[in-house]
Design a protein around this ligand. Structure first.
Ligand code: PLP
Length: 411
């Protein structure tokens, strides 16, 4: 083996020793709540399919209709010859739904965040970011070359200090003024809590900064009509702006498909069409996926009961956990992400394996996905869970935690 591979092997060995090694489990058939995983039946509590739409036959039918009409491949990047009516119709529907002038479809949330940050920021600009932001926002910031200022999680005063420090005369990357962009997850992906969006919107308009909100986990889930974090927070009573300049959400989570979009002003979207490299230089997503996402959006709008059932399940889980003395780090807001932080990697792995043995699938989340010392079960609820499935998981968790305590004593 060559030196390069020796190095890889050594690192893999270290990961294994530190309980940080990761493996995949293979699903057979449709994604959903009841699944066959590695040959056994289990109930899935670690999916982002919050509304139970990923396996919905209506999405598959919409995709099939588009497959018959448009074939499989996008054929080229959207600017060349890959922009299909399915893409256009979806972009228009998304823009209308989130009440922004335009929307631009990306092939993934990763591509959207990298593309936007790299396009909008350069060396002389500043990116101010919550420390628990999604990895794609972190990498997009790095890629842009902008000065990266990390702010403590949800710390409004910290954001204000950073905004004040970022001000100052100087020429920005495009010869205009220096840009300051604040980026935050709306619903933090591993903690389930919410960014202080009204405060950030106000601060950004005070300091002339741009706000990018990544609503991957709020879109279609939060708010009365599912418009996400934009709708969860009531608009400000005065005439201050109550929407971020740049709104981004993914189509692979609650919508159950794949891809992402960025919504904003006419100018922003036109600029991204010229400059977002992950969009310009990447093949357009299959038109059938756009058709499926469009159908999913229609269902999100016409079946609000899915959100109601999801909220009921979240409440049932939180109440049940409290009754059983399970210390879920429940965010103050009812989002479908309910973390049970155990700290140590070995404990989280043991509990996750224990649950899987009994037919409950809850993945162990460890660094670098979460900060060291905060390894956790990230339990996610779905509109497709039944009440008795939620109760069953709670009982299994309580029993598993007891067995874990014995293990701890023995260790
Ligand atoms: C999942 C996620 C992304 C990445 O989206 P993909 O479409 O899966 O690439 C970006 N931001 C947040 C907050 C996410 O949770």
């Amino acid at each position: 083996m060559n030196v390069f591979e020796e190095g890889l092997r050594a690192e893999l060995t270290q990961l294994r020793a530190a309980n940080l090694y990761r493996v995949r489990r293979t699903v057979r058939g449709r994604h959903g709540v009841e699944m066959e995983v590695d040959g056994r039946r289990c109930i899935n509590f670690c999916s982002n399919d919050y509304l139970g739409l990923a396996g919905d036959s209506r999405l598959a039918r919409a995709a099939r209709r588009a497959l018959v009409e448009s074939g499989v491949g996008g054929g080229a990047a959207a600017l060349v010859s890959g922009y299909n009516t399915e893409h256009r119709k979806l972009e228009e529907a998304l823009a209308e739904f989130v009440r922004r002038p335009r929307a631009l479809l990306f092939s993934s949330g990763w591509a959207a965040n990298l593309g936007v940050l790299r396009a909008l920021l350069g060396k002389s600009d500043t990116l101010i970011a919550d420390e628990l932001n999604h990895a794609s926002l972190i990498d997009g910031g790095r890629l842009s070359g902008a000065k990266y200022v990390r702010v403590a999680h949800r710390d409004v005063a910290g954001f204000e200090r950073a905004l004040r420090d970022a001000q100052g005369p100087g020429v920005g990357s495009r010869g205009s003024e220096q840009q300051t962009l604040v980026a935050t997850d709306a619903v933090f992906s591993m903690d389930g809590d919410l960014a202080p969006l009204p405060e950030l919107i106000t601060l950004c308009s005070q300091y002339g900064a741009t706000l990018l909100v990544d609503d991957a986990h709020g879109f279609a889930v939060l708010g009365k009509t599912g418009r996400g974090a934009l709708e969860y927070f009531p608009p400000s009573p005065d005439s201050r702006p109550s929407t971020p300049d740049i709104y981004m959400a993914t189509l692979g989570k609650a919508l159950g498909v794949a891809g992402a979009f960025v919504a904003g002003s006419e100018t922003l979207i036109e600029y991204l069409i010229q400059r977002a490299r992950t969009w310009v230089f990447s093949t357009a997503p299959p038109p059938a996926l756009a058709a499926a996402a469009h159908e999913s959006l229609r269902i999100v709008r016409s079946e609000p009961e899915r959100r109601h059932v999801l909220l009921k399940n979240v409440e049932r889980f939180r109440t049940g956990a409290a009754q059983l003395g399970i210390d879920v780090d429940a965010p103050q807001v009812p989002t479908p992400i309910q973390p049970l932080i155990l700290g140590r990697e070995d404990k989280v792995l043991a509990l996750s394996a224990d649950l899987f043995e009994r037919g409950w699938w809850v993945a162990a989340i460890r660094p670098p996905t979460v900060p060291p010392g905060t390894s956790r079960l990230r339990i996610t609820l779905s509109a497709a869970h039944t009440g008795s499935q939620v109760d069953g998981l709670l009982e299994a968790l309580a029993a598993g935690l007891k067995r874990l305590a014995h293990l701890d004593v023995a260790a």
